[in-house]
Design a protein around this ligand. Sequence first.
Ligand code: NAP
Length: 246
Amino acid sequence: MKTAIVTGATSGIGRAAAIALGEAGWSVAVSGRDQSRGREVVESLEGEGCFFAADLDKPGAPDQLVDRCMEHWGRLDLLVNNAGIYSRGAVADISGDDYDRIMDVNLRAAVLLAGAAVRAMRSGGGGVIINVSSEAGIVAVPRQVVYNVSKAGLIMLTKSITVDHAKDRIRAVTVCPGTTRTPLVEEAIAGAPDPAEHERVLASSRPANRLGRPEEIASAIVYAASDEASFLSGTEIVVDGGYTAA
Ligand code: NAP
């Protein structure tokens, strides 16, 4: 049995990744804060699954999540660091509280989860850590500086895990989605002064001229986790409809 933890699996990209991993034969620990959406995802899984509630900006939550998986299955083969929150603002608009709120979930929790996962994976002979960054980790998307910084940090987390832990048979891969139709993006569109125009601008800013679908990001995650990707480590898979190519 190969076991995975997917954080932020109660919604959007994480939900699609959990379901696709289940179809690919993984046993999946679905994690998030919302119990009822978490249980719905577990019921949609093809293989074995469970829901572990975790509020990742609470002290100790990353270690507890990995411990629960080890207690439940006795091994951990894959961590998908996907949980994330979005914020707007150029650097002159950012308070210390804004910074902490975003970085605690998007980067601090991911680093601490990766550490706990490495300790667990070493005892099982290796594993894979996938960090879900963004096109905004590669190029600076205007007026969302803390989000951009958090996503750039995940790219370096992947590289650092690779150089430190290839010897432990642990691979790390970053998946960088472009703008994808999920509740996170639907909320941003709905909150814009002119939602239809905002959606048109988001779509037309990339050569594909449309938003991504969660399943298209999930496919990259399943590939990066698979044995077919056994020489893939320390780098990014960019799934952005060409945004960063333009
Ligand atoms: P989403 O639909 O808003 O889902 C976010 C997930 O993160 C939810 O499952 C949520 O769990 C979880 N989460 C948020 N805060 C948490 C916390 N404090 N503790 C634990 N879990 C928490 O977002 P999405 O669009 O699928 O995004 C998923 C990832 O992809 C994020 O890292 C995002 O930055 C990245 N991304 C998204 C896009 C895009 O266009 N959608 C583009 C590039 C990158 P609960 O709801 O249960 O609290």
